[in-house]
Design a protein. Structure first.
Length: 421
């Protein structure tokens, strides 16, 4: 839990030169921030694998109906109690479009869709004409707040309540675990959310990341409980909201193929393919094949512009957060900024392939000592961590889904520790 708190702190710490520190009166030197964050995060992953290997491979326990109800209710309650703070956050930032184009893009995509238009074309209301890159399950849930006539950002909070409720079932399933361990494990997602509500308010208010955090929590808990249906559901909603975890999917696909009857792989990946056909390929990509390449090109252009900097003297604002190695990579590479961004992406891709190879190697070594679900959860975390920290354009709100995965890993460690002693 200590490493988890440290991780949240290093994600949300502020740049000493541009804003006030969030703790005490002594400023934090954020040039070291990425190193502190990365080392802390790697130590968390190492502790996770060490504890589970020490515990040994075991079957997943099934929760009773009563424990499921109690766990879901307690988990959901930890998020429901934050609704007053979330409401104030939305009141304090009533017009997120004045700060960022994220929420307007989400809103426009949904409005165009319900009007029967092709959603994916540039937004004319902004001078830079952003090309909307968000996947369908990022913006289709707007049907709920639109129907209710409330702020569209509430949908993320609603889905997070359900996801943390599901997480609560994981925590409350084992009655032999000490009550204080279960309570501490239960509040981990709440702590991450509360950290953003206190020290990352702007990032949470002008983004649409809570919904993505809910999706990744669903996937993480599916892996933590060894539930293939929930894991596949998590993969579908995560991939149809943001493509980041596509680099992790081959590892889980290979491990599933090696550990389960072939029919489970066919059913699982058939379901994923069907979801992509229904929600993305048939309604959008077939009609306009260029939307994927246009989206990638727009995002790459944003990264290049960020590396060049804005204003005079030019400032790369995402570099000031101390949450990625992009500033060091920009200085380490040579050539124009477009070429440097390309080299950064090549490094990022190489790391993703390296993690795939490492995952398969560790599975071969540990396959009799750790569940492939637990191994997959740890590598989902590592893929997200390295993708964000070695990417050319990393916003602070990107780490909210990672913290949901981290919370699940820490919760599983806290519940497993007693058995490993």
């Amino acid at each position: 839990m200590v490493l988890f708190i440290m991780q949240i702190f290093f994600v949300l710490q502020q740049n000493a030169e541009l804003s006030e520190p969030i703790y005490g009166n002594r400023p934090i030197v954020t040039t070291k921030g990425p190193y502190f964050l990365f080392i802390t995060s790697i130590l968390l992953a190492a502790t996770y694998f060490w504890l589970l290997l020490k515990q040994g491979k075991k079957n997943f326990e099934q929760a009773t109906t009563v424990n499921k109800v109690i766990g879901f209710a307690l988990g959901a309650a930890t998020i429901l109690i934050t609704f007053g703070v979330i409401r104030k956050l939305f009141w304090d930032f009533p017009n997120p479009e004045n700060i960022s184009d994220v929420v307007p893009q989400i809103d426009v995509l949904y409005d165009r869709f319900v009007k029967g238009e092709m959603p994916y074309y540039p937004l004319e209301q902004f001078g830079w004409h952003p090309f909307p890159v968000y996947m369908p399950l990022h913006w289709l849930p707007l049907a709920v707040p639109k129907t209710l006539g409330i702020d569209i950002r509430w949908i993320g909070a609603f889905l997070l309540v359900l996801a943390v409720g599901y997480y609560g079932i994981l925590v409350w399933r084992d009655k032999t675990t000490a009550i204080y361990s279960r309570v501490l494990a239960l509040i981990l997602p709440f702590i991450a959310l509360q950290g953003y509500l206190q020290f990352g308010r702007l990032d949470l208010a002008v983004s649409f990341e809570i919904i993505v955090g809910a999706y990744y929590l669903l996937l993480a808990v599916g892996l933590a409980t060894g539930s293939l249906p929930m894991t596949i559901a998590g993969i579908i909603v995560c991939m149809l909201s943001r493509y980041t975890m596509v680099f992790w999917v081959p590892l889980f696909a290979i491990l599933l193929w090696l550990n389960q009857p072939r029919k489970y792989s066919f059913i699982a990946w058939g379901s994923v393919i069907a979801a992509f056909l229904i929600f993305y390929i048939i309604p959008f990509l077939i009609k306009e094949p260029s939307i994927l390449t246009n989206g990638v090109a727009y995002h790459n252009g944003c990264a290049v512009a960020e590396w060049v900097g804005y204003g005079e003297p030019p400032v790369s604002w995402t570099f000031t957060n101390g949450i990625s190695f992009a500033p060091e990579l920009r200085n380490a590479f040579s050539g124009d900024m477009e070429h440097r961004v390309f080299l950064c992406r090549a490094l990022q891709a190489g790391m993703m392939l390296g993690l795939l190879g490492l995952g398969l190697l560790l599975y071969r070594i540990w396959k009799d000592r750790i569940s492939y679900y637990d191994l997959s959860l740890g590598f989902l975390y590592l893929v997200l961590l390295c993708f964000f920290m070695f990417g050319p354009l990393t916003y602070k709100y990107y780490f909210f889904p990672l913290l949901m995965v981290s919370a699940t890993m820490c919760g599983k460690m806290m519940l497993s520790k007693r058995n490993a002693d």
